[in-house]
Design a binder for this molecule. Sequence first.
Ligand SMILES: [Zn+2]
Ligand SMILES: [Zn+2]
Length: 453
Amino acid sequence: MRPLSCETVIKTLSLFLLFSALAAAAQSNSSNPVDAIFPDVRSFYVDLHEHPELSGHEVHTASALAARLRAAGYDVTEHVGNTGVVAILKNGAGPTIMLRTELDALPVEEKTGLSYASKVHALDDSGREVPVMHACGHDLHMAAIVGTAEVMARTRDSWHGTLMLIGQPAEETIGGAEGMIHAGLFTRFPKPDVAVALHVSNELPAGMVSITPGIYNTNSDSIRITIYGKGGHGAMPQTAIDPIVIAARTILALQTIVSREVRPGEMAVVTVGYIRAGTKNNIIPDQAEMGITVRTFKQDVRRQILASITRITKAEAAAAGAPREPWIERYEGTDLVYNSPELAERLRAPLEAALGKNNVVTAEPIAPSEDFSYFVEQGVPGFYFSLGGADPEKFAQAKASGTQLPSNHSPFFAPDLDPALRTAIVAEIAVLRNLLNASPEELHKYKAEPPAE
Ligand SMILES: [Zn+2]
Ligand SMILES: [Zn+2]
């Protein structure tokens, strides 16, 4: 046998070193922190999805989320504004960055046919029994925040500062964010330098995210109107003043606000979402109630529409000889969510690096509203972005055939779980790491409020 030459020894040694390096790389790949936590986070999602709770009643949801975050090493405070959860992880000097998830589900009967579909019924605030479903995807947001929390805690050498994770109640009824602020969210805990949130939808395929620099969504106003008439026998209308007819005329007249009064091209929606009146076909009731939602981008258009609703409603009642002026109440409202444009552009690069350049797109503002604006209005620059939830194949088919996939709040809404949840975690980590490697001064240049009109 020939003795090994020096060259052979070096070659063998090099090969050995190369194989060791490859093996180490493969190992570090399989111990990717997102892979490591994913199965557990996914089962948390399934559990949340099977057990949804209505807005303001997120008792078990909040305690399950709090327990997970505590187990991940966070300092957790519960009951911050009803069922609100605040989890803090301090990791040296640096900025404070907040990431928010919602906790609540909706009164919707699930029809997805999934093995883990919700069968839950609960009493709503008016005491009616209603079906309950996570039809807006807040269960996915919660599972993602838990995954992100665990990875951020395990990779503390990759960032510095304070990470603040919050579970916000009652987003769907608008009030949860305000409740947490009133309960001392930014006084009992550090006030963040930037606030981040995402929302899943079927507007994008799973695996992708979209960024909307500037205005993200609309101002929203909820209005309740009671029209008064005079009750009587359905066969003797001459003795009555029919509030149903007044309501019907009012609804049609309200539709002329957007089409005839608002300048063409301005964002404006006026929808009468419900009308309630009467008990029986041969009775003219003495009042009718209706609920309206108004969506706008601009404050002056918003004021114009609200004034027009009042004017038209009062005038229709007067025209019918109603015995009393209608009662018009703006019972809920929220301002639009504003994304500091420079901040959104800053975060495009880390998202592209984490998800691939083609998986980060720019999107137009959307109409659904959100009370994340309350956090931003406290002077905290916000980054609110969209997460793809659609099965990519179904998304492509729908695009090709010009059909719509089920939207959020639909009984059929079901995100393509694995890619959507994984993308949410990867995206959140990328955004948080970027911000938690900045100095607070660097982040203070981003503006929370839109420029004056
Ligand atoms: Zn929703
Ligand atoms: Zn939602």
